[in-house]
Design a binder for this molecule. Structure first.
Ligand SMILES: [Zn+2]
Length: 336
Protein backbone atom coordinates (compact mmCIF):
# COMPACT_ATOMS: atom_id res chain seq x y z
CA UNK A 1 0.00 0.00 0.00
CA UNK A 2 1.37 3.40 -0.93
CA UNK A 3 1.92 6.01 1.76
CA UNK A 4 -0.83 8.09 0.23
CA UNK A 5 -3.33 5.23 0.47
CA UNK A 6 -2.28 4.54 4.07
CA UNK A 7 -2.94 8.15 4.89
CA UNK A 8 -6.25 8.29 3.07
CA UNK A 9 -7.73 5.06 4.43
CA UNK A 10 -8.48 6.32 7.97
CA UNK A 11 -9.83 9.53 6.51
CA UNK A 12 -12.16 7.54 4.29
CA UNK A 13 -13.38 5.49 7.25
CA UNK A 14 -14.01 8.69 9.23
CA UNK A 15 -15.93 10.03 6.22
CA UNK A 16 -18.08 6.86 6.04
CA UNK A 17 -18.75 6.96 9.78
CA UNK A 18 -19.77 10.60 9.62
CA UNK A 19 -22.09 9.87 6.68
CA UNK A 20 -23.65 6.98 8.63
CA UNK A 21 -24.08 9.23 11.66
CA UNK A 22 -25.76 11.87 9.53
CA UNK A 23 -28.20 9.37 8.03
CA UNK A 24 -28.98 8.08 11.52
CA UNK A 25 -29.68 11.65 12.62
CA UNK A 26 -32.64 11.82 10.28
CA UNK A 27 -34.66 9.64 12.63
CA UNK A 28 -32.82 10.21 15.85
CA UNK A 29 -34.68 10.79 19.07
CA UNK A 30 -33.04 13.72 20.75
CA UNK A 31 -33.66 12.75 24.36
CA UNK A 32 -31.35 15.19 26.13
CA UNK A 33 -31.90 18.53 24.42
CA UNK A 34 -30.21 21.49 26.10
CA UNK A 35 -29.97 25.20 25.25
CA UNK A 36 -32.67 24.95 22.59
CA UNK A 37 -32.92 28.41 21.11
CA UNK A 38 -33.92 30.55 18.17
CA UNK A 39 -30.82 31.27 16.15
CA UNK A 40 -30.80 32.74 12.66
CA UNK A 41 -28.02 32.54 10.18
CA UNK A 42 -26.68 31.44 6.88
CA UNK A 43 -25.16 27.99 6.63
CA UNK A 44 -23.31 26.60 3.67
CA UNK A 45 -22.32 23.06 2.94
CA UNK A 46 -21.46 22.80 -0.73
CA UNK A 47 -23.47 22.96 -2.94
CA UNK A 48 -26.47 24.06 -0.86
CA UNK A 49 -27.25 27.23 1.09
CA UNK A 50 -29.42 26.76 4.17
CA UNK A 51 -31.01 29.18 6.59
CA UNK A 52 -30.46 28.34 10.25
CA UNK A 53 -33.59 28.58 12.43
CA UNK A 54 -32.62 26.92 15.72
CA UNK A 55 -29.60 25.72 17.61
CA UNK A 56 -29.43 23.11 20.36
CA UNK A 57 -27.19 20.64 22.09
CA UNK A 58 -27.79 16.98 22.70
CA UNK A 59 -25.34 14.70 24.54
CA UNK A 60 -22.41 17.00 23.95
CA UNK A 61 -23.06 17.66 20.26
CA UNK A 62 -24.33 20.87 18.70
CA UNK A 63 -27.10 20.85 16.12
CA UNK A 64 -28.97 23.21 13.81
CA UNK A 65 -32.52 23.06 12.53
CA UNK A 66 -32.14 24.28 8.96
CA UNK A 67 -34.48 25.19 6.12
CA UNK A 68 -33.79 25.14 2.42
CA UNK A 69 -35.40 28.49 1.46
CA UNK A 70 -36.07 27.27 -2.09
CA UNK A 71 -37.86 24.00 -1.29
CA UNK A 72 -39.05 24.66 2.31
CA UNK A 73 -37.48 21.35 3.32
CA UNK A 74 -36.01 21.24 6.80
CA UNK A 75 -33.35 19.09 8.39
CA UNK A 76 -31.38 18.63 11.58
CA UNK A 77 -27.64 18.51 11.23
CA UNK A 78 -24.51 18.91 13.29
CA UNK A 79 -23.23 22.47 13.28
CA UNK A 80 -19.63 21.60 12.40
CA UNK A 81 -20.53 20.49 8.87
CA UNK A 82 -21.25 24.10 7.90
CA UNK A 83 -19.64 27.37 7.16
CA UNK A 84 -21.79 29.69 9.27
CA UNK A 85 -22.65 33.36 9.43
CA UNK A 86 -24.98 34.49 12.18
CA UNK A 87 -27.71 36.99 11.17
CA UNK A 88 -30.56 38.86 12.79
CA UNK A 89 -34.03 37.88 11.56
CA UNK A 90 -34.22 41.14 9.55
CA UNK A 91 -30.86 40.45 7.93
CA UNK A 92 -31.84 36.87 7.15
CA UNK A 93 -35.14 37.96 5.62
CA UNK A 94 -33.39 40.55 3.48
CA UNK A 95 -30.73 38.06 2.40
CA UNK A 96 -33.26 35.40 1.38
CA UNK A 97 -35.92 37.84 0.16
CA UNK A 98 -36.28 36.33 -3.32
CA UNK A 99 -36.91 32.80 -2.10
CA UNK A 100 -40.27 31.02 -1.85
CA UNK A 101 -39.76 30.69 1.91
CA UNK A 102 -39.47 34.44 2.51
CA UNK A 103 -42.27 35.22 0.07
CA UNK A 104 -44.56 32.84 1.94
CA UNK A 105 -43.69 34.53 5.27
CA UNK A 106 -44.43 37.95 3.74
CA UNK A 107 -47.72 36.76 2.31
CA UNK A 108 -48.84 35.35 5.66
CA UNK A 109 -48.08 38.72 7.28
CA UNK A 110 -50.13 40.56 4.63
CA UNK A 111 -53.18 38.54 5.66
CA UNK A 112 -52.55 38.85 9.37
CA UNK A 113 -55.43 41.14 10.35
CA UNK A 114 -58.09 38.43 10.08
CA UNK A 115 -59.20 37.03 13.45
CA UNK A 116 -59.80 33.59 11.91
CA UNK A 117 -57.97 31.69 9.22
CA UNK A 118 -54.99 33.99 8.70
CA UNK A 119 -52.03 32.61 6.81
CA UNK A 120 -51.56 30.66 3.61
CA UNK A 121 -54.82 29.15 2.42
CA UNK A 122 -54.20 27.36 -0.81
CA UNK A 123 -51.53 26.82 -3.39
CA UNK A 124 -51.59 26.77 -7.14
CA UNK A 125 -50.73 23.28 -8.25
CA UNK A 126 -49.90 22.53 -11.83
CA UNK A 127 -52.31 19.59 -11.78
CA UNK A 128 -55.50 18.61 -9.96
CA UNK A 129 -55.49 17.69 -6.32
CA UNK A 130 -55.23 19.07 -2.81
CA UNK A 131 -52.86 19.25 0.14
CA UNK A 132 -54.25 17.39 3.11
CA UNK A 133 -53.74 18.76 6.61
CA UNK A 134 -55.10 16.87 9.62
CA UNK A 135 -54.98 18.43 13.08
CA UNK A 136 -54.02 16.52 16.19
CA UNK A 137 -55.41 18.78 18.89
CA UNK A 138 -55.43 17.33 22.43
CA UNK A 139 -58.08 14.58 22.64
CA UNK A 140 -58.97 11.56 24.73
CA UNK A 141 -60.07 9.70 21.60
CA UNK A 142 -57.63 7.61 19.57
CA UNK A 143 -56.18 8.66 16.21
CA UNK A 144 -58.79 8.45 13.44
CA UNK A 145 -56.93 5.87 11.36
CA UNK A 146 -59.63 5.84 8.66
CA UNK A 147 -57.89 8.85 7.10
CA UNK A 148 -54.75 6.84 6.51
CA UNK A 149 -56.29 3.50 5.59
CA UNK A 150 -58.43 5.39 3.05
CA UNK A 151 -55.32 6.96 1.58
CA UNK A 152 -53.36 3.70 1.50
CA UNK A 153 -56.11 1.90 -0.41
CA UNK A 154 -56.73 4.60 -3.01
CA UNK A 155 -53.17 5.71 -3.65
CA UNK A 156 -51.56 2.25 -3.39
CA UNK A 157 -50.51 2.07 -7.03
CA UNK A 158 -50.43 5.79 -7.76
CA UNK A 159 -48.43 7.78 -5.26
CA UNK A 160 -46.06 6.35 -2.67
CA UNK A 161 -45.31 7.64 -0.13
CA UNK A 162 -48.47 9.76 -0.03
CA UNK A 163 -47.72 13.23 1.39
CA UNK A 164 -49.83 14.35 4.34
CA UNK A 165 -49.32 17.21 6.79
CA UNK A 166 -50.22 16.68 10.44
CA UNK A 167 -50.59 19.59 12.85
CA UNK A 168 -49.43 18.24 16.15
CA UNK A 169 -49.66 19.52 19.73
CA UNK A 170 -47.33 18.74 22.61
CA UNK A 171 -50.24 17.40 24.67
CA UNK A 172 -51.33 14.97 21.90
CA UNK A 173 -47.81 13.53 21.79
CA UNK A 174 -47.96 12.91 25.54
CA UNK A 175 -51.45 11.39 25.34
CA UNK A 176 -50.94 9.11 22.34
CA UNK A 177 -47.50 7.47 22.23
CA UNK A 178 -48.83 4.35 20.50
CA UNK A 179 -50.68 6.27 17.79
CA UNK A 180 -47.56 8.35 17.22
CA UNK A 181 -45.49 5.20 16.91
CA UNK A 182 -47.99 3.82 14.36
CA UNK A 183 -47.71 6.99 12.25
CA UNK A 184 -43.92 6.80 12.35
CA UNK A 185 -44.04 3.17 11.26
CA UNK A 186 -46.30 4.05 8.32
CA UNK A 187 -43.71 6.64 7.34
CA UNK A 188 -40.82 4.18 7.73
CA UNK A 189 -42.67 1.68 5.54
CA UNK A 190 -42.92 4.36 2.86
CA UNK A 191 -46.72 4.47 2.91
CA UNK A 192 -46.91 8.16 3.84
CA UNK A 193 -44.56 11.10 4.15
CA UNK A 194 -45.56 13.34 7.04
CA UNK A 195 -44.85 17.06 7.19
CA UNK A 196 -45.17 17.94 10.88
CA UNK A 197 -46.88 21.29 11.50
CA UNK A 198 -46.49 22.98 14.89
CA UNK A 199 -50.00 23.35 16.40
CA UNK A 200 -48.83 24.75 19.79
CA UNK A 201 -48.10 22.78 22.94
CA UNK A 202 -51.19 23.21 25.10
CA UNK A 203 -53.85 24.28 22.57
CA UNK A 204 -55.84 25.98 25.31
CA UNK A 205 -59.46 26.76 24.47
CA UNK A 206 -62.28 28.36 26.43
CA UNK A 207 -65.99 27.73 25.85
CA UNK A 208 -66.95 31.20 27.05
CA UNK A 209 -64.25 33.65 25.97
CA UNK A 210 -64.70 35.68 22.77
CA UNK A 211 -62.37 34.77 19.88
CA UNK A 212 -60.14 37.79 20.47
CA UNK A 213 -59.24 36.40 23.92
CA UNK A 214 -59.41 32.73 23.08
CA UNK A 215 -56.92 30.02 22.06
CA UNK A 216 -53.42 31.56 21.79
CA UNK A 217 -54.93 35.02 22.35
CA UNK A 218 -55.94 34.02 25.89
CA UNK A 219 -54.23 36.34 28.40
CA UNK A 220 -51.21 34.74 30.03
CA UNK A 221 -50.25 32.61 27.02
CA UNK A 222 -46.50 32.03 26.77
CA UNK A 223 -45.86 31.97 23.00
CA UNK A 224 -42.20 31.03 23.43
CA UNK A 225 -43.22 27.96 25.36
CA UNK A 226 -46.05 27.05 22.96
CA UNK A 227 -43.75 27.17 19.93
CA UNK A 228 -40.41 25.92 21.22
CA UNK A 229 -41.61 23.20 23.61
CA UNK A 230 -43.63 21.68 20.76
CA UNK A 231 -40.51 21.60 18.57
CA UNK A 232 -38.49 20.02 21.38
CA UNK A 233 -41.22 17.41 21.93
CA UNK A 234 -41.16 16.64 18.19
CA UNK A 235 -37.38 16.16 18.25
CA UNK A 236 -37.60 14.00 21.37
CA UNK A 237 -40.14 11.81 19.58
CA UNK A 238 -38.04 11.56 16.41
CA UNK A 239 -40.20 13.94 14.33
CA UNK A 240 -38.69 16.58 12.07
CA UNK A 241 -40.19 20.07 12.64
CA UNK A 242 -41.26 21.87 9.45
CA UNK A 243 -41.50 25.65 8.89
CA UNK A 244 -45.28 25.56 9.23
CA UNK A 245 -47.54 26.60 12.09
CA UNK A 246 -51.29 26.22 12.46
CA UNK A 247 -53.12 28.42 14.93
CA UNK A 248 -55.32 26.50 17.38
CA UNK A 249 -58.93 27.23 16.38
CA UNK A 250 -57.38 29.04 13.38
CA UNK A 251 -57.59 32.08 15.68
CA UNK A 252 -54.97 34.85 15.67
CA UNK A 253 -54.55 38.60 15.45
CA UNK A 254 -51.96 40.68 13.63
CA UNK A 255 -49.57 40.79 16.56
CA UNK A 256 -49.70 37.03 17.01
CA UNK A 257 -49.06 36.37 13.31
CA UNK A 258 -45.90 38.51 13.54
CA UNK A 259 -44.84 36.66 16.71
CA UNK A 260 -45.08 33.42 14.75
CA UNK A 261 -43.30 34.68 11.61
CA UNK A 262 -40.56 35.99 13.95
CA UNK A 263 -39.87 32.33 14.76
CA UNK A 264 -39.46 31.77 11.01
CA UNK A 265 -42.74 29.85 10.91
CA UNK A 266 -45.39 30.20 8.17
CA UNK A 267 -49.00 30.18 9.43
CA UNK A 268 -51.09 27.72 7.44
CA UNK A 269 -54.82 28.40 7.17
CA UNK A 270 -57.37 26.46 5.16
CA UNK A 271 -59.83 27.17 2.37
CA UNK A 272 -61.62 23.85 2.81
CA UNK A 273 -62.51 22.86 6.39
CA UNK A 274 -64.57 19.86 5.32
CA UNK A 275 -66.64 19.50 8.50
CA UNK A 276 -67.83 23.10 8.01
CA UNK A 277 -69.13 22.27 4.55
CA UNK A 278 -66.37 24.12 2.67
CA UNK A 279 -65.80 22.46 -0.70
CA UNK A 280 -62.24 21.72 -1.79
CA UNK A 281 -60.97 22.95 -5.14
CA UNK A 282 -57.77 22.15 -6.95
CA UNK A 283 -54.92 23.54 -4.88
CA UNK A 284 -56.96 23.70 -1.67
CA UNK A 285 -55.38 23.21 1.69
CA UNK A 286 -57.96 20.84 3.14
CA UNK A 287 -58.48 20.67 6.91
CA UNK A 288 -59.80 17.67 8.77
CA UNK A 289 -59.22 16.51 12.33
CA UNK A 290 -57.27 13.34 12.95
CA UNK A 291 -57.80 13.33 16.70
CA UNK A 292 -61.16 11.52 16.70
CA UNK A 293 -63.17 14.64 17.61
CA UNK A 294 -64.55 15.40 14.17
CA UNK A 295 -65.62 12.16 12.44
CA UNK A 296 -67.89 14.15 10.08
CA UNK A 297 -64.86 15.78 8.41
CA UNK A 298 -63.14 12.43 8.02
CA UNK A 299 -66.32 10.99 6.44
CA UNK A 300 -66.31 13.91 4.00
CA UNK A 301 -62.67 13.26 3.20
CA UNK A 302 -63.35 9.57 2.55
CA UNK A 303 -66.30 10.56 0.31
CA UNK A 304 -64.00 12.96 -1.51
CA UNK A 305 -61.46 10.18 -2.11
CA UNK A 306 -64.27 7.91 -3.34
CA UNK A 307 -65.56 10.52 -5.78
CA UNK A 308 -62.04 11.06 -7.10
CA UNK A 309 -61.14 7.36 -7.29
CA UNK A 310 -61.24 7.12 -11.12
CA UNK A 311 -59.12 10.28 -11.44
CA UNK A 312 -56.72 9.05 -8.74
CA UNK A 313 -56.27 5.75 -10.60
CA UNK A 314 -55.28 7.73 -13.73
CA UNK A 315 -52.97 9.99 -11.68
CA UNK A 316 -55.18 12.92 -12.56
CA UNK A 317 -55.97 13.82 -8.96
CA UNK A 318 -53.25 13.66 -6.32
CA UNK A 319 -52.36 14.65 -2.81
CA UNK A 320 -49.63 17.31 -2.80
CA UNK A 321 -46.75 17.81 -0.42
CA UNK A 322 -47.55 21.01 1.49
CA UNK A 323 -43.93 22.13 1.21
CA UNK A 324 -44.05 21.79 -2.57
CA UNK A 325 -47.45 23.40 -3.04
CA UNK A 326 -46.55 26.42 -0.88
CA UNK A 327 -43.08 26.52 -2.45
CA UNK A 328 -44.52 26.45 -5.98
CA UNK A 329 -47.07 29.11 -5.19
CA UNK A 330 -44.29 31.48 -4.19
CA UNK A 331 -41.71 30.38 -6.74
CA UNK A 332 -42.12 33.42 -8.96
CA UNK A 333 -45.12 35.33 -7.70
CA UNK A 334 -44.27 38.80 -6.46
CA UNK A 335 -46.17 39.86 -3.36
CA UNK A 336 -48.09 43.06 -4.05
ZN1 LIG B 1 -56.55 22.26 16.83
Amino acid sequence: MSIMKQLLKPLFIIFLLSMAARIANAQANFMKIENYKVYYGWAKHFPQDWMILRQFENEGKKYFLLVNPQTLQTKIDETNFYEVKSLTMQEARAYYKDTPYQRALNDAEKQSVKIQDAGIEGGMPKESGISLTADLCPSRRPLDKRIFTGIFTDFQKVEKPVPVALSITGIWMLQHPNDLEWLKQMQQKGEIYITWINHSYNHRVSKSLPLKENFLLEPGTDINFEVLETEKAMLKNGLLPSVFFRFPGLVSDQRLVYRITDFGLIPIGTDAWLAKGQQPEDGSIVLIHGNGNEPVGVNDFIDLLRSKAPAIAKKQWLLYDLRESVGQEFESVEIK
